[in-house]
Write a protein that binds this ligand. Structure first.
Ligand SMILES: Cc1ncc(COP(=O)(O)O)c(C=O)c1O
Length: 283
């Protein structure tokens, strides 16, 4: 389903039918960081889709990442998620939160959707769920699961005991080591450090994101907000040379994605910010 990059679609056709894509409420570059403007535009586009392409009565579900990952580390404005929840309720549409990247404390809350104070009907999760062991899950109410029928959704490795044991250990560790709180606190420090660098660096157009899921968008010029994927590429290579691993995301690879371990310490965050600043000065 993803449209974050052609890389994930080309050569895989035919893709899943019956999937309609609405624009994500990205706040940057188009809305210069204004969440309400981004939210209003994306809602208007969704309403147009419902009026011209697919009737909402025919829509089974709407799937959204509370913070889009591959697509450029864009947090959905809380007002958008609230409006989407209302729209789903109005039309009997299931709200599916894709928490594959945002789940398990990444955003400084256990789940990304909590930031908007909404409750989805279905949550899909993977990646951090077993800290690297292969596991994923679909969570919903028991009543909805029972509608599905026993073994209607199976997979060769589903319910693997070792992966499930790792999943339980992850949950216990997040609870016992208070890692949700740690991600929120370290995220605040990381954000403050990156904001400090951005204040003096015209090649940074935007710093955004909750908790330890922060995107730094690089631009050729702050006024035009033209993305600079080449700079991002050079920057992550330089940072790696200096001992800091960061990735890129976004359509042109122009966003540096910060996704440090949720048990990072304050000293590690501070060192990372320092290395990032040094790398930026030398590219
Ligand atoms: C947000 C999000 N959802 C879903 C997926 C795909 O997950 P899977 O590999 O389990 O199909 C990814 C993979 O990167 C992802 O980032």
């Amino acid at each position: 389903m993803t449209t974050s990059n052609l890389n994930y679609r080309t050569g895989y056709e035919p893709l899943l039918p019956g999937v309609y894509i609405a624009p994500y409420p990205a706040t940057y570059p188009e809305f210069a960081g204004d969440p309400e403007a981004a939210s209003a535009a994306a809602l208007a586009a969704l309403r147009t889709l419902f009026a011209t392409v697919i009737a909402p009565s025919k829509v089974a579900s709407i799937l959204i990442e509370p913070v889009i990952g591959e697509g450029g580390y864009q947090p959905a404005p809380a007002s958008f998620l609230v409006a989407l929840r209302e729209l789903c309720d109005e039309h009997g549409i299931l709200f599916i939160a894709d928490e594959v990247q945002t789940g398990f404390a990444r955003t400084g809350r256990m789940w990304g959707f909590e930031g908007a104070g909404i409750v989805p009907d279905v949550v899909v999760m993977a990646k951090a769920i077993a800290n690297g062991l292969p596991l994923s899950a679909i969570a919903t109410s028991r009543a909805r699961m029972e509608q599905w029928g026993r073994s209607a959704h199976g997979s060769t490795y589903g319910g693997n005991p070792v992966a499930c044991a790792a999943g339980i250990a992850v949950l216990e560790t997040i609870r016992d080591e208070r890692l949700v709180e740690n991600a929120a606190a370290r995220g605040g420090e990381l954000r403050a450090g990156l904001d400090r660098i951005a204040a003096e660096e015209p090649r940074i157009g935007d710093v955004r994101g909750p908790g330890l899921m922060i995107g730094v968008e690089l631009v050729k010029d702050r006024e035009t907000r033209e993305p600079d994927g080449a700079l991002a590429k050079a920057l992550i290579a330089k940072a790696a040379d200096l001992g800091l691993l960061v990735l890129t995301c976004g359509m042109s690879g122009q966003v540096i994605r910060w996704i440090p371990p949720i048990d990072a310490t304050a000293a590690e965050i501070s060192e990372a910010v320092e290395i990032f600043g040094e790398a930026l000065r030398s590219v």
